[in-house]
Design a protein around this ligand. Structure first.
Ligand code: COA
Length: 344
């Protein structure tokens, strides 16, 4: 029998955490020298004070490797211990292969499955739910899940409505099967409503067409290759606040818990005003919510694991505490995970 199947009923735990932010930091003032905005506007409307940006030769996979290696070290594992590797990203290095394949090779791994998840800013929350299910079903014992983004590569730097909001980075967790039944990843809930897809999107660069009859093959190329984020911010904001309120209620009910059971809210970091509105709906004191949007801006799928890693490195997590992770994204895709922290 596959030895992994023996652990079918076991629980899934976060065994290691890692994070990485590119060295270059861009302040609001620096941005204000490029587009018609100001530090005051950005701070007051978003809570953002700065963002990290990749170097010209630094790709999403490079960020992912650094965060992933730190998570492996933290877990006391090496890449050969892994049974799978997943990268949640909306800014892959290439159309294919998956960024996870590149990360696997760069970390020195071989043979185990590696794939990407695209649920934009909800990618990490989706990935955690997907992998927890697969691990519980007995498929894997140790998995590396990374959220990694170089959003600065798909931002239109002349559009003040969007360029002030995003940053680059990567966060990672090692998930392992464990035998502490009192703790681990609990039930998650995921949603998507494609009817809203045009409110927040980045059109893809792969706009080539199959050659038409009588057309020369050289015409089958889109020389521009440009993609950029388009967002109707006001509408996204309103729906995000509503859906996040609903999903928190739903995930609490799925786990037979109540609002007061939450020790830490670890939300996707898009806008401080969305975070405050969510905390208010939950009657949660702001001290119990992790806030990194001021330093990181919106790093899409990296934002939740980076926030979790931030809390962990500060020594904020205690055995048995209840964590609620939630995210809202283009799609719209949204979801939440609950975790009872199991590291001592
Ligand atoms: N600097 C200065 N002014 C700006 C600006 C900037 N960077 N960006 C927009 N403005 C202007 C607008 O042009 C508008 O001017 P007008 O009234 O003359 O037309 C004004 O500020 C107000 O714009 P509005 O869109 O109403 O601002 P807002 O308070 O809704 O804040 C966002 C804009 C984008 C910060 C906010 O809507 C938001 O955060 N939305 C959700 C974004 C999000 O979560 N996205 C990711 C989900 S994963």
């Amino acid at each position: 029998m596959n030895p992994l199947l023996a652990s079918k009923q076991a629980t899934v735990h976060i065994r290691g955490l890692g994070g990485y932010l590119p060295e270059r930091v861009m302040s609001n003032d620096e941005l204000a020298a490029m587009v018609d905005t100001s530090d005051e506007w950005i701070r007051s409307r978003t809570g953002i004070t700065q963002r990290h940006l990749v170097a010209p030769d630094e790709m999403t996979a490079d960020l992912a490797c650094k965060a992933g290696k730190q998570a492996l070290d933290d877990a006391g594992l090496i890449v050969a211990d892994l049974d799978a590797l997943v990268v949640a990203t909306t800014t892959p290095d290439m159309i294919f292969p998956a960024t996870a394949s590149i990360v696997q090779a760069k970390l020195g791994g071989q043979g185990f499955p590696a794939w990407d998840i695209q649920a934009v800013c909800s990618g990490f929350v989706y990935g955690l739910a997907q992998l927890e299910g697969m691990m519980r079903a007995g498929m894997f014992r140790h998995v590396l899940l990374i959220g990694a983004e170089s959003m600065s590569r798909i931002v239109d730097w002349s559009d003040r409505n969007t360029c002030v909001l995003f940053g680059d980075g990567a966060g990672a967790v090692v998930l392992s099967i464990g035998d502490d039944d009192a703790c681990g990843i609990m039930r998650s809930v995921l949603h998507c409503d494609g009817a809203y897809r045009e409110l927040l999107m980045a059109k893809h660069a792969n706009r080539g067409r199959p050659p038409q009859s009588g057309q020369s093959v050289s015409m089958n190329v889109d020389a521009a290759g440009v993609s950029a984020i388009h967002m109707r911010g006001n509408e996204v904001f309103r729906i995000a606040v509503n859906k996040l309120g609903e999903v928190v209620t739903e995930v609490l009910a799925a786990n037979a818990m109540k609002k007061s059971d939450i020790d830490w809210l670890i939300p996707h970091q898009a806008n401080i005003r969305i975070l405050h509105a969510t905390a208010k709906k939950l009657h949660l004191p702001l001290e119990r919510m992790v806030i990194t949007v001021d330093q990181h801006a919106n790093t899409s799928s990296a934002s939740v694991p980076l926030a979790l890693n931030h809390l962990y490195r500060q020594g904020g997590l205690k055995y048995g505490q209840v964590l609620l992770l939630e995210a809202f994204a283009g799609g719209f895709a949204w979801g939440a995970n609950m975790i009872r922290w199991s590291r001592k």
